[in-house]
Every structure is written in structure tokens, then in C-alpha cells.
Design a protein around this ligand. Structure first.
Ligand code: CMC
Length: 434
């Protein structure tokens, strides 16, 4: 078979370079530009990496036109329906669906790493009570590097895996304590007799004065939401973890960098924006058509939050799953519950928008964030915790991607180049001559 290459010609000098075309298992072919600078002296310019593969990866595949998302080749729909979050963690980290024994071992390891070192509570106590839980999380997860640094050899695959287990196991405790501290509630210790998502609900909501009974529907819904958010290939926070980790930095510090990136409203903050929008619609008393017209008006900065996606231009496969979950929860909630109205507005708004030519023409469908916020509210999780929930679930993706990078021989310290647009060389002018 002839080798697939592309030839790039410098039209000024006539010099040429022949570049290999790499064939992925799925997705667009990729030009290997590593020889470009050496042979022609050029860099490439691609702000936001819109057309650049920053690494090769065997973890997650998504196709925005088809509306496909797969972890290690398994469609998200099948995993959401048949798997559990801890099994998905094992799959993402280790590459294949585990046997029964392997999964039992994995669950046992995670369960026995959930406690935090006693000193960690003092990091929380250093924060103001009104600190945003994401700010607390960035600090506490970064601080874990101080607990697991001297004895961690990141070139040893076994030790890397131990860090991954620690992060996945401790994240629910860290996340719930951020909330408890904010609320002035005592910290709960994890319980080994509870499953991962059940334990998170217990860590969040149990009070010392009463027995806490986990609602199985809420625990199941949470587990599915965690599965849907577990990984999403090379997004901003994952790329941040890879870049920070490429210098061989401590993995806890690299994941703290990922949490910081996720916090931005353009990344992890959208479900918060959806709930704020639905609340404004409810309080305004205006018709849904009024809001849809506003979203279409180019002179109005209002957009339908939870609609549209940078990559999914057909539909977001996670949105379909989460919509069904929202319906199931809504059917179970008592009538006239405080969140019923928001659910009703969300469902009605989706209908109105999907029948509107503007949204149809532009392929604007609800994304994963459209219903997740209202589900969280119905679980008693406040708006300020929404991005924390995302960080908890995405931790396995970040650490799997970090682990993959650390075992990749092609890995080099991340060092993007630039297109310099500043001043030419000039001489320093003494202060009294300026
Ligand atoms: N409401 C109204 N119009 C919209 C919306 C919206 N939500 N989203 C896109 N459009 C219009 C946009 O004005 C443009 O119209 P025109 O072609 O006439 O100029 C067209 O649709 C294409 O939009 P775009 O901004 O070029 O699309 P994009 O790929 O750059 O933006 C997006 C994607 C997610 C930033 C955008 O759809 C948006 O702002 N949505 C609302 C915020 C949101 O829900 N974000 C969560 C994304 S999912 C998070 C995750 O996967 O982690």
C-alpha cells in the first residue's frame, strides 16, 4: 500500500516538505507536522487547538456530527444503562471491562482509600465559610500533593495507579466537605458499606442526630450523571491536566490545575447558567416565546443556556440520557414540589425551541447541561456545587489521561510555540531621557 502523505510547498521559495498522514482508528486523518519546523522553518498557528491533535489517545472517542460518545469503544448509552460509575472508572483507567473478581478488587481498593488524612480538615478551616466550593476544592486537591509527594515515583506504573485510586476515592469526601464547611455542618466520614454514589449522598446530607437513608433512585441517577461526565477527550480541563503533568509535576497538583480550568463558565459552569435562566423565566411571568425570540435576536446577548455545543452539531448523546433521567425523577417527586415548575419550564422550552426554524436550521439541541442542574436541585444539591459535581466525575478522566500520557514514549514536556506580534529589538532609554 502506498504511504499516505501530503506535500506542503512554500510558494515563495519553492521548497517542499512531505508530511506523513496518520490514520486514526476512527475520526479525521491527521497530518504529522513534527518535521515541518526542522525542514521549512515554519510553526503552525491554531489558537484554541481547533484543528490540532495535541496527543494520541485510546481512551475516549467522540464524533460531533454523528452524536457519538464512547469510552474505550463502548457507547455511552450502553454504559449509562448497564454499567456503574465505579466499573466505568475501572474501564477508563485500565482499558477493558473488568471481570467480576477484578471489579470486586477495584471497588474494595477505592472503598478503602476514601478517608482523608486527619490534617486535611485544617485546610478547610483556613478558608472563609463563604468561599465558593470550587475554590476550596482547587486548594484542597492541590494540598494533597503535600501528603503524597516524597514517596511517589511517577515513573512507576503501580505508584501512578495508586495515585489514581486515591484521587477517585477521596474526591467525594473532598467535594462533600467543601459543601459541609460552607454550610457550617460537621464533616461526615465515608462509610464502607455504601456504594460510591450512595456514599456521596451520605457524605453530603447525613446529620449526626438522625439515621440517613439513601434514596435508591437518587443514588442511581447520580451514578448515571457521573458516568456521563467521566471523560470527554481533550477538552480544556483535560488538556490542562496533561500540560501541567507533562513537566512531571505531582498528579494531585496537575488535577488541581484541571479543576481550576473546569471552573470557568465556558466549561463547567453551564448547568448553573441553565438553572439561573429557568429561574429568571419563572420569575418574569413572560411567555416562553418571548424568551425564544430574545435568544434569536442578534442585538440581545441572551442565549438559551443548555442549547448548542461546540462539537456536537447533531445532538449531544448525553442529553438524551439525562432527559429520560429527569423525567423519571420528576414522575417520582411529590406534586407541587419546589422544583416542579423549573422542570415544567425546561420541558416546555425544549419543545418550543425544537419546533422553531432558527434552532432547527442551526442544529441547536439541548446539551448535557440542560437537565443536569434541575436534577441536582431535586437531590438537594445547591447551585454552587454543580461544577464540583462535574469535577468529581471528571477526575477519573483526568487521571486516566495523565496516566496514559506518562506511559507514552512520545510524551515530551508541553511547549507550544507562538506567533510573535510585539516590538522589534530596541535599545533601553534611561528614565530621564523618556
Ligand atoms: N441560543 C441561541 N442561539 C444560539 C445558541 C443558543 N444557545 N447557541 C448557538 N446559537 C447560534 C449562534 O448565535 C449562531 O447563530 P448565527 O449562525 O446566526 O450567527 C449559531 O447558533 C452558531 O453558534 P456558535 O456560537 O457559532 O456555535 P459555537 O459552536 O461556537 O458555540 C456554544 C457552542 C455551546 C458555546 C453555544 O451553543 C452556547 O453558547 N450555548 C449556550 C451555553 C451552553 O449551554 N454551554 C454548554 C455547552 S456543553 C458543555 C460540555 O460539553 O462540557
Amino acid at each position: 500500500m502506498t504511504k499516505h502523505t501530503v506535500t506542503l510547498t512554500d510558494n515563495l521559495t519553492g521548497k517542499q516538505v512531505e508530511l506523513d498522514v496518520l490514520d486514526p482508528v476512527m475520526g479525521p486523518k491527521t497530518i504529522d507536522i513534527r518535521r515541518l519546523h526542522k525542514e521549512l522553518g515554519f510553526f503552525t498557528y491554531d489558537p484554541g487547538y481547533l484543528a490540532t491533535a495535541s496527543c494520541s489517545s485510546a481512551i475516549t472517542y467522540l464524533d460531533g456530527d454523528e452524536g457519538t460518545l464512547m469510552y474505550r469503544g463502548y457507547p455511552i448509552e450502553q454504559l449509562a444503562e448497564k454499567s456503574t460509575f465505579l466499573e466505568v472508572c475501572n474501564l477508563l483507567l485500565n482499558g477493558d471491562l473488568p471481570t467480576k473478581e477484578e471489579q470486586e478488587d477495584f471497588s474494595s481498593i477505592i472503598t478503602h482509600h476514601t478517608m482523608l488524612h486527619d490534617q486535611v480538615q485544617y485546610f478547610y478551616r483556613g478558608f472563609r465559610r463563604d468561599a465558593h466550593p470550587m475554590a476550596t476544592m482547587v486548594g484542597v486537591v492541590g494540598a494533597l500533593s503535600a501528603f503524597y509527594h516524597d514517596d511517589l515515583d511517577i515513573h512507576d506504573p503501580e505508584q501512578r495507579m495508586r495515585s489514581a485510586h486515591r484521587l477517585i476515592a477521596k474526591m467525594p469526601t473532598i467535594a462533600a466537605w467543601s459543601y459541609r464547611y460552607h454550610m457550617g455542618l460537621p464533616f461526615n466520614q465515608p462509610r464502607n458499606n455504601l456504594k460510591y454514589s450512595e456514599d456521596f449522598l451520605h457524605l453530603m446530607f447525613a446529620v449526626p442526630t438522625e439515621e440517613y437513608v439513601v434514596d435508591p433512585l437518587m443514588a442511581k441517577a447520580l451514578d448515571v450523571i457521573f458516568i456521563l461526565h467521566a471523560d470527554h477527550e481533550q477538552n480544556a480541563s483535560t488538556s490542562t491536566v496533561r500540560l501541567a503533568g507533562s513537566s512531571e509535576a505531582n498528579p494531585f497538583a496537575a488535577v488541581a490545575a484541571g479543576i481550576a480550568s473546569l471552573w470557568g463558565p465556558a466549561h463547567g459552569g453551564a448547568n448553573e447558567a441553565v438553572v439561573n435562566m429557568l429561574t429568571s423565566i419563572k420569575d418574569s411571568g413572560k411567555s416562553l416565546e418571548h424568551w425564544v425570540e430574545r435568544a434569536k435576536d442578534k442585538d440581545d446577548h441572551f442565549r438559551l443556556m443548555g442549547f448548542g455545543h461546540r462539537v456536537y452539531k447533531n445532538y449531544d448523546p448525553r442529553a438524551k440520557i439525562i432527559r429520560e433521567l429527569a423525567n423519571e425523577i420528576l414522575d417520582r417527586l411529590p406534586p407541587n414540589n419546589p422544583h416542579q415548575k423549573l422542570f415544567d419550564i425546561a420541558r416546555e422550552l425544549e419543545k418550543v425551541a425544537l419546533e422553531d426554524e432558527y434552532f432547527k436550521e442551526r442544529n441547536l439541541y439541548p446539551n448535557v447541561d440542560f437537565y443536569s442542574g434541575v436534577i441536582f436541585l431535586s437531590m438537594g444539591i445547591p447551585v454552587s456545587m454543580f461544577t464540583v459535581m462535574f469535577a468529581l466525575a471528571r477526575t477519573v478522566g483526568w487521571i486516566s489521561q495523565w496516566n496514559e500520557m506518562m506511559s507514552d514514549d512520545a510524551n515530551r514536556i508541553g511547549r507550544p510555540r507562538q506567533l510573535y506580534t510585539g516590538a522589534m529589538k530596541r535599545d533601553y532609554v534611561p528614565l530621564d531621557k523618556r
